[in-house]
Design a protein around this ligand. Structure first.
Ligand code: NAP
Length: 282
């Protein structure tokens, strides 16, 4: 049976570290970091994510500002808010919760956020830095996965790393972070022929596709490290992209859903917001 990669425990540790750094840095009376969270419309899942992010902010000592805009908000109105937040020196991080309503072009909004306040690290300038292997913000989910692996002493160096999914927010940056960590990386997607022949080669398998229990035990190697990013609702219950029980019998390490990657994503958002604040102090 695999060892559980415990994202709940590790995220609590990361948040404690961030809280300690904020407390130390603000001991001289400086204003603590501030994250502006913008949500448009009333997507129930987005509301839960935003509430969790605000809760985490409170726990670590980050001030959070909420902007809850109606679903009919125009792109121009949203961009005007982003401009105001960009210009506001008291705001260190800006998070616009995705997805946005269909009439708003997400990429235009992402590109409007100042790269220095882009704590989600979706701006092309921050993505480019990852591509070049330079320091900067890394997207919270892949960064959280790297932190979780590190916590359990799992190195990607020299390993066959297979990422299933090539989204801009998870799959692609994940592949780049594993490459930076000296993994030998393959990226699979919906057009990959014979997916199992790739996944079976993985020492480290990261799955981010959004299909419940899609990766079955016959698709993974004995002793693999399996990271399940998927969040799917089946009969009202949350489950990942990996068929957990049978895969856990073969794997050396595995993330549960819930309690694996999800909490790490929020912890890294706290870390990125602190870093944005620190950069602004210079
Ligand atoms: P996405 O943008 O929908 O991308 C899904 C990716 O999976 C695409 O690259 C797609 O390939 C690939 N794919 C779909 N079906 C496939 C198949 N049958 N075989 C191989 N590849 C397939 O999704 P995402 O935003 O990356 O999210 C993926 C999952 O992670 C979702 O369940 C989401 O809720 C979850 N998620 C969790 C967190 C967290 O914090 N835990 C954060 C973000 C996302 P193509 O490119 O060819 O279409």
């Amino acid at each position: 049976m695999a060892t559980i990669l415990d994202g709940k425990l590790t995220s609590a540790k990361v948040k404690e570290e961030v809280a300690a750094k904020i407390a130390a840095a603000c001991a001289d009376g400086r204003t603590p970091p501030c994250l502006a969270v913008v949500i448009v419309g009333d997507n129930p899942a987005s509301k839960v994510y935003v509430a969790n992010k605000k809760k985490a902010c409170e726990a670590v000592g980050i001030r959070s500002l909420s902007y809850e805009l109606p679903g009919e908000t125009s792109q121009e109105e949203l961009l005007a808010l982003v401009d105001r937040l960009n210009a506001d020196a008291a705001v260190n991080g800006i998070l616009v919760q995705l997805p946005l309503p269909g009439h708003i072009d997400e990429q235009t909004v992402i590109e409007r956020i100042s790269p220095a306040k882009d704590v989600d690290a979706f701006h092309p300038s921050n993505v480019g830095r990852i591509m070049l292997g330079l320091d900067g913000f890394a997207p919270c989910t892949p960064a959280g996965i790297m932190r979780l692996l590190a916590e359990y002493g799992i190195s990607a160096a020299g390993k066959n790393c297979v990422v299933v999914g090539r989204s801009n927010i998870v799959g692609k940056p994940m592949a780049l972070l594993l490459l930076k960590a000296n993994g030998t990386v393959s990226v699979c997607h919906s057009k990959t022929a014979d997916l199992a022949s790739h996944t079976k080669q993985a020492d480290i398998l990261v799955v981010a596709i959004g299909r419940a229990k899609f990766i079955t035990a016959d698709m993974v190697a004995d002793g693999a490290v399996i990271v399940d990013v998927g969040m799917n609702r089946v009969d009202g219950k949350l489950c990942g992209d990996v068929d957990f029980e049978p895969c856990a019998q073969k794997a050396s390490y595995i993330t549960p859903v819930p309690g694996g990657v999800g909490p790490m994503t929020i912890a890294m958002l706290m870390e990125n917001t602190f870093r944005a604040w620190e950069n602004a102090q210079r």
